[in-house]
Design a protein around this ligand. Structure first.
Ligand SMILES: [Zn+2]
Length: 113
């Protein structure tokens, strides 16, 4: 049986002022449950592809992968927001695009009228 814990993962503070091991939540417990339920509903239930373990932790935060459009001029432009599931045994990280999961917030519409 696949188990995804929703405990925070100690990560570098990335200049946010948070200390390592700080237990403050970045993603609320409710949203984490929605993410995990969505992953399981979409069939993301297989064991770790590297070590075969069935225990994972959902990273308490998001990744955004910058999409490069020119190999000669790297820039920060469009990106792919994702959640990360980390294998508790070997540390393998699986990224799941929030847009593909239908978990991106709806874009705000501008109404000038
Ligand atoms: Zn693993």
């Amino acid at each position: 049986m696949l188990v995804i814990r929703i405990l925070p993962v100690p990560i570098t503070n990335g200049g946010s002022g948070r200390k390592l091991g700080d237990s403050m939540e970045i993603i609320s417990s409710n949203v984490k449950k929605i993410i995990i339920n969505t992953l399981q509903a979409r069939g993301a239930k297989l064991p770790c592809p590297r070590c075969g373990t069935n225990n994972f932790t959902l990273l308490d935060g998001y990744f955004t992968q910058p999409v490069q459009q020119d190999l000669k001029a790297f820039s920060v432009g469009p990106s792919v927001p994702s959640v990360v599931v980390i294998c508790n045994q070997c540390g393998y990280m699986s990224q799941h695009a929030l847009g593909a999961l239908g978990l991106m917030p709806a874009e705000e519409t501008v109404n000038n009228g």
